[in-house]
Design a protein around this ligand. Sequence first.
Ligand code: MLT
Length: 205
Amino acid sequence: MSDTATDIIHVFEPGTGSAHQPLLLLHGTGGDERDLLPLGRLVAPGAALLSPRGTVLENGMPRFFRRHAEGVFDEDDLRRRTDDLAAFIRDAQARYRLAAPVALGFSNGANIAASLLLRHPGLLRGAALLRAMVPYREPPVVGLGGTEVLLLSGVNDPIVPAANSARLAAILREAGASVQHQELPLGHGLSQMDVALTRDWVAKL
Ligand code: MLT
């Protein structure tokens, strides 16, 4: 379904009565609202899936916010798009009667999920951040007690240096989130390891 609860194109798949929290699926650069549906179904069978398309185009590729270069974010745009996405989530929660969702984001989608955690604490029940990096040069200080975070990084990731993902884990922990950070023998792309670890983490929420 493409609709405009808030002008953001998205897919919503209702849950089928499972115990899982709804998942908010956030795709990577060049993806769209259909990309992560199979992953969402795998890691949280029967969960409601809410999957928006990034509202920015970079050379025709959808993204969730603008960047100046790879890994160099336009932070003003990131703040604005994060707030728009938060409004979308709140509208969708009212419209589809959803509990606080768990974000499942990959790459650019994981980065805006990290930004959602830091700008709108409490909006997400938790977040699985696959290949995320620190979204702000000076991240805001927030309270994330009660928020669960899974951070999966690749030790050979050419986009996210290991020190950067370690810093993200530290920032989220200092904010009070319960963070499971695992460094996988992988690059930026996802593998079955990501699927299995995310499924296990979701099952324990
Ligand atoms: C980003 O721009 O969010 C990161 O560099 C990841 C990517 O989309 O390549």
